[in-house]
Design a protein around this ligand. Structure first.
Ligand SMILES: [Ca+2]
Ligand SMILES: [Ca+2]
Ligand SMILES: [Ca+2]
Ligand SMILES: [Ca+2]
Length: 307
């Protein structure tokens, strides 16, 4: 026995009237490793009706909250059918700013679906999800981009003065420029540059020092730094190195002859020959707040601080 036509029509009308969208945050993942500041969320409509246009907010929840440049990424989704889902990505890295402590205050990411109440849903209480960041990652690295753009200048040609902060990494590492000291005494404040070095070294862009020191401040990484590692390429001249402000004045000589320990921090330097010089890795082990490094024909890459 078949359904009578008027009952069928009534059923269709009822479904159309009572059917509702129901937006949910199905999944949320956060990649906060190695300088990444990315959140990825799957938004689903588990209802029976197209949601129409709605907003999705990715909030970087902070402690303490910033007065300005509070980190938030917004998406506008034009529509989502019942049973469908969409994957949205939020890259917080470009939002790093001194006003928000370069994102170092973010302790979790919260995704809010339809925060403006544009969509009527059968359930309005399942529209958010939070995930903690920095789940013991304990690492921050500066790989010299991009950003910054290739060819970015530091020091004298950029109009900088000693002590100027010239780079703040999303991981919280701050880099400033400082005077370089010559082995013979005295010193200068010359230049630095983001570039690809003349000899295969590091990965992608690197930082060049030409009689200029770079000071790295690790006190805003959100963890106690007990190890700092960086790669160097030395194609001539002498280098400078200091750890936590020691020695005074800064060590000037071959990096491979740097004193150890310095300020209670062990300094280990490896070296292998390359055309025109040498390259290797410097490893500092101990509690490290600050480091200065510079040279005359020196390139540096992958400055990493670890818990
Ligand atoms: Ca909902
Ligand atoms: Ca809603
Ligand atoms: Ca690099
Ligand atoms: Ca040298």
């Amino acid at each position: 026995m078949s359904m009578k036509p008027h009952i069928l029509i009534l059923s269709v009308v009822l479904v159309a009237l009572t059917g509702c969208a129901d937006l949910v945050v199905k999944n949320l993942e956060v990649d906060w490793e190695s300088g990444n500041r990315i959140a990825t969320a799957e938004i689903a409509n588990i209802g029976s009706k197209d949601a129409g246009s709605f907003m999705v907010y990715f909030n970087g929840d902070e402690d303490p909250e910033s007065q300005n440049h509070r980190p938030q990424v917004r998406h506008n989704v034009p529509g989502l059918d019942g049973g469908d889902s969409v994957v949205l990505t939020a890259d917080f890295a470009p939002l790093a700013h001194p006003d928000n402590n370069s994102l170092a205050n973010i302790y979790q990411i919260t995704v809010l679906v339809d925060p403006k109440g544009m969509v009527k849903e059968s359930n309005e209480n399942n529209n958010s999800r939070s995930v903690a960041v920095r789940t013991g990652s304990g690492e921050a690295c500066v790989d010299f981009g991009p950003p910054p753009a290739t060819g970015t200048q530091y020091g004298n040609p950029a109009g900088h003065s000693p002590g100027d902060v010239v780079l703040v990494d999303p991981g919280g590492i701050k880099m400033s420029v400082q005077n370089f000291r010559w082995v013979s005494g005295g010193g200068t404040f010359n230049s630095g540059r983001i570039e690809t070095p003349p000899v295969s070294f590091g990965s992608g862009q690197t930082l060049r020092s030409n009689n200029l020191n770079f000071a790295f401040d690790f006190t805003n990484t959100g963890f106690t730094v007990s190890k700092v590692v960086f790669d160097y390429l030395d194609l001539g001249g002498f280098e400078n190195l200091s750890v936590n402000g020691q020695p005074v004045p800064v060590f000037a000589g071959e990096l491979t002859a740097a004193p150890s320990p310095v300020a209670g921090v062990n300094v280990a330097v490896t070296a292998v020959p390359v055309t025109g010089g040498k390259k290797g890795t410097v490893t500092l082990t101990g509690v490290i707040q600050r480091m200065w490094v510079g040279g005359q024909e020196l390139w540096v890459d992958n400055v990493c601080a670890r818990h």
